[in-house]
Design a protein around this ligand. Structure first.
Ligand code: MLT
Length: 201
């Protein structure tokens, strides 16, 4: 997968796995990653699917309606990519925290659903429930931050609340942060994610 890797100053910090939103690329969230943890290594990936020229991490049938078969294949592909990158860049595989926005947050949530110990934690900005009605693996207190907007039409409030419940139901430690706006990532949300991250890692 197309990606960039920056080695951080402090190898004891988590490596931040950055996953962009629809139409983004591996450069988009680097500033966000540095704001969250300036000393951490960064592994930022571009989704392999193109929707009318816009990179994504998996196909969708319509806005908010996911191609579940593709989601599964792409989640496995991303998992393999992370495993291989950890060897290539000598990253501690057990100390990777994902930061995803929108489509990137959705595939990060699905990584957590499908694979045990795949991430040390996750910051999910404006995610949805990636799959419903499936069994989810136990997560042993994995810390997860969800950032959501009260007026996010792409991602209604029930998506954030249901995702929190599903994750908590399998043992994750979830903080749900609300802002009063839409699908955009606000500065307040970033600062809330940073405080949460500093308290957990
Ligand atoms: C998705 O397709 O993952 C969500 O609708 C959000 C997005 O468009 O990125």
């Amino acid at each position: 997968m197309n990606h960039i890797f920056y080695k951080g100053e402090d190898s004891s910090r988590p490596t931040l796995l950055l996953l962009h939103g629809t139409g983004g690329n591996e450069h988009d969230l680097v500033g966000l990653g540095k704001e969250i943890d300036a000393a951490a290594s960064i592994l930022s990936v571009r989704g392999n699917v193109l929707e009318n020229g816009m990179p994504r991490f998996f196909k969708r049938l319509a806005e908010g309606v996911f191609d579940l078969e593709d989601l599964q294949l792409r989640t496995e592909e991303l998992k393999r990519f992370i495993d291989d990158a950890a060897v290539k860049y000598e990253i501690d595989r057990d100390n990777i925290v994902a930061i995803g926005y929108s489509n990137g947050a959705n595939i990060a949530a699905n990584l957590l659903f499908e694979f045990e110990n795949v991430l040390k934690g996750a910051i999910l900005h404006h995610p949805m429930v990636p799959r419903r009605g499936v069994e989810i693996l136990e997560m042993q207190e994995t810390p997860v931050f969800i950032g959501a907007g009260k007026n996010d039409h792409m991602c209604p409030a029930t998506e954030s609340e249901d995702l929190r419940e599903l994750l908590q139901g399998v043992g994750a430690e979830v903080e749900l942060y609300w802002h009063a706006y839409g699908h955009q990532l606000t500065q307040d949300e970033v600062q809330a994610a940073k405080r949460w991250y500093q308290s957990k890692f």
